[in-house]
Write a new protein. Structure first.
Length: 443
């Protein structure tokens, strides 16, 4: 028996710098997630010895990552002191960029959104203008809120985002926007604030936002569908976001509906186009009046007309909902989600007829066991879901066991050796590119 105790304690006895970093990372995440908060719980959960736990906690208190909190509940002896994660040790800068708007915010190290700002913007303005605007607003938010220095930036971007080959490695941005190709957007933003950047597609961050703070809270299997100019889906299965081999999972808008792509017949532009045709040929008197008054129509106008009882608009949105539902049904059968959340400008504008059409098609074409307890609902988070999800992306990346072990002993991810090397590479690349542009260095 004595030999067994010696063996157990040896598991937690660090024999190298790597082992010490691993034990620091393990204990920090146990406290951060609320899995264990007292010294006794941490010893039991981590299987580390009492002396090791005491040493590691003292180290992280000195680094400013943990602090001692209130007394816990006594269980026969002295009440234990609870450890708390210092979520205010740093901040996260987050932004969700869409075709016609940008949202920005600051979150704490738990991913809790502290402040947010939304404004109209056009990608056609070019990457330089968007980059300058992001930097200006981030500076303003940090100054006005007096939040601590940022540890990272989370970005939600339109279109699929490729996976980087390694940690802290930037990737091509917005390959679907021709004018942005080749522009070092991530690199320059990272250099501007001196922090690592983690990017995902907009639908993926919205999916994570819904799972974190929306209708999907507490669920481990859900689908989020964004209905806008394009149509895409995000999938969380067994608690993890599914990104796909290249990070392009969920492009259901490219599913075929007859001879057309789904987004070509059920996206925001397609709906507006059909509404305009109906206004011009008299099938919708309400839209005809709106077109005459405004000179143009949007999906918002068509949704408003449907809510007022315009039969053409009710039928149009219902049909689009059924087309979306037919594309969703095979995915629903494949992954068996507990919830499908419908978001995006079309969902926000489409009213009950759109949602009813989606439900009708999904329930009709899904297996009874899959659809038995399935809920389909409209998102209640709006544009905030992308910000919340982007913050969650940064938290998951920075505190992933592998990445955390590289910086926890220094107290901040900004001291991670690989991030420092990444900054040096980016600096050199941007300097060379600037020199080439000025004609001083041959390409």
């Amino acid at each position: 028996m004595a030999e067994e105790k010696t063996t157990l304690r040896s598991v937690g006895r660090p024999r190298s710098v790597d082992a010490a970093q691993a034990s620091l990372a393990l204990l920090l995440n146990l406290v951060r997630t609320g899995t264990a908060t007292t010294r006794q719980e941490l010893e039991r959960r981590s299987e580390l010895g009492r002396a090791v736990v005491a040493d590691r906690l003292a180290t992280m208190i000195e680094l400013g990552l943990l602090k001692e909190g209130e007394l816990g509940q006594a269980t026969g002896g002295r009440a234990p002191r609870q450890m708390q994660f210092r979520q205010d040790a740093g901040s996260l800068l987050i932004s969700a960029i869409d075709q016609s708007s940008i949202a920005l915010g600051i979150a704490d190290l738990n991913g809790q959104l502290l402040v947010e700002h939304h404004e109209a913007a056009q990608l056609d303005a070019g990457p330089e203008a968007i980059l300058d605007r992001l930097a200006t607003i981030f500076d303003w938010l940090l100054r006005e809120t007096e939040k601590p220095a940022p540890w990272g930036i989370g970005l939600a971007l339109p279109g699929p985002i490729e996976k980087p080959a390694a940690d802290f490695e930037t990737v091509p941005v917005l390959q679907t926007v021709q004018s942005w190709q080749g522009f070092p957007f991530l690199e320059r933003l990272s250099m501007r604030f001196g922090v690592p950047i983690f990017a995902r597609s907009g639908v993926q961050t919205m999916t994570m936002g819904e799972a974190k703070a929306g209708g999907g809270r507490g669920l481990s299997d859900l689908i989020y569908v964004k209905l806008g100019r394009s149509i895409s889906a995000g999938l969380i299965s067994e608690g993890r976001l599914h990104r796909g081999a290249q990070g392009a999972a969920g492009m259901i808008g490219h599913s075929r509906v007859g001879d057309e792509l789904l987004e070509a017949v059920a996206g925001a532009e397609a709906i507006a186009r059909e509404g305009k045709a109906a206004a011009e040929d008299g099938r919708s008197p309400y839209l005809a009046q709106t077109l005459e008054r405004q000179g143009e129509l949007s999906v918002v106008d068509i949704g408003h007309a449907a809510q007022l009882g315009d039969l053409f608009c009710v039928e149009l949105l219902g049909r689009c909902g059924r087309l979306v539902g037919e594309a969703l049904a095979p995915l629903t059968n494949l992954v068996n989600p507990a919830l499908i959340v419908i978001g995006g400008v079309v969902a926000e504008s489409g009213g009950d007829s759109l949602l009813a059409g989606i439900r009708e098609a999904v329930y009709r074409q899904s297996h009874p066991m899959v659809s038995r307890d399935l809920q389909i609902m409209r998102s209640q988070m709006g544009a905030s879901s992308g910000l919340v999800g982007a913050a969650q992306v940064v938290v998951e990346e920075l505190f992933s066991p592998t990445l955390l072990q590289g910086w926890v002993g220094q107290g901040s991810p900004l001291h991670h050796p690989e991030f420092q090397k990444s900054l040096e590479r980016v600096t050199a690349a941007l300097t060379t590119k600037a020199a080439q542009s000025a004609g001083r260095v041959a390409p």
